[in-house]
Design a protein around this ligand. Structure first.
Ligand code: PEP
Length: 248
């Protein structure tokens, strides 16, 4: 069984004070044994978070990275810079990056490679829109996004990823996939991973994301193929996020 992972995605939210509050809360947090917790904070807070999370169970992450190692790319941030500021994970292919910033599968793959090159764990986000679900294209879209990355990687590289299934229609909308709806897609992802390698499939952390909160986390996390959560809105409140971690 993969270790459960609860990862928060602050998006363009938060503050230094919030970073410090999370650091304090997670220093003495009483979490179920074996649960891993990560927080993807905005770039400017990485260094403060590195200090605040030191000695706590929180792993630090970022929300995107450049596909380039260095150079004349104004406004971009490299994987090496993230590592230097304490990040150990990075989201790649979040639906907001895909839709608002035009990141297609090729751009997502390039960022996965950039993360792997500097020993950051890429959390590869995949998910369908409501139109795609209504057109019965959920599996085709989700598995297509997965394959666009996994087909291009070496077996040892595949094993270094985390996958997050995030139905786009459930992100930030308050509309969660039912545990059954989520499980169907997670099972399809797991089955597709088996075709690469059964051991990889068994060990891969496949997270669910989309309006997960304290009230619905336990039943989502109880599904056999859901190994954790990627949480947006509810990761901005210490008590809510702690409650989700406690239900893992
Ligand atoms: C997300 O941004 O990845 C997310 C799942 O957001 P929310 O929990 O707010 O739906």
């Amino acid at each position: 069984m993969p270790t459960p992972l609860i990862a928060g995605n602050w998006k363009m939210n938060g503050s230094r004070a919030l970073v410090e509050a999370f650091g304090r809360a997670f220093h003495d947090a009483d979490l179920p044994e074996g649960v891993a917790v990560a927080l993807m904070v905005p770039f400017p807070y990485l260094e403060a978070a590195e200090r605040a999370f030191d000695g706590s169970c929180l792993t630090l992450g970022a929300q995107t990275l450049s596909d380039q190692p260095a150079g004349a790319f104004t406004g971009e941030v490299s994987g090496e810079m993230l590592r230097e500021c304490g990040a150990r994970m990075v989201l790649v292919g979040h639906s907001e990056r895909r839709t608002l910033f035009g990141e297609d599968d090729a751009a997502v793959l390039a960022r996965v490679r950039a993360a792997l090159a500097v020993e950051l764990t890429p959390v590869l986000c995949v998910g369908e829109t409501l139109e795609e679900r209504d057109a019965a294209r959920t599996e085709a879209v989700v598995l297509g996004q997965l394959e666009a990355v996994f087909d291009a990687l070496q077996p040892a590289e595949r094993a270094r990823l985390v996958v997050a299934y995030e139905p786009v229609w459930a992100i930030g909308t308050g509309r969660t996939a039912t545990p059954e709806q989520a499980q169907v897609v997670h099972a399809a992802i797991r089955e597709r991973l088996v075709r690469y390698d059964a051991e990889l499939a068994a060990a891969m952390q496949v997270l669910y994301g989309g309006s997960m909160k304290a009230a619905n986390a336990a039943e989502l996390l109880a599904q056999p193929d859901i190994d954790g959560g990627l949480i947006g809105g509810a990761s901005l409140k210490v008590d809510d996020f702690l409650a989700i971690c406690q239900s893992a």
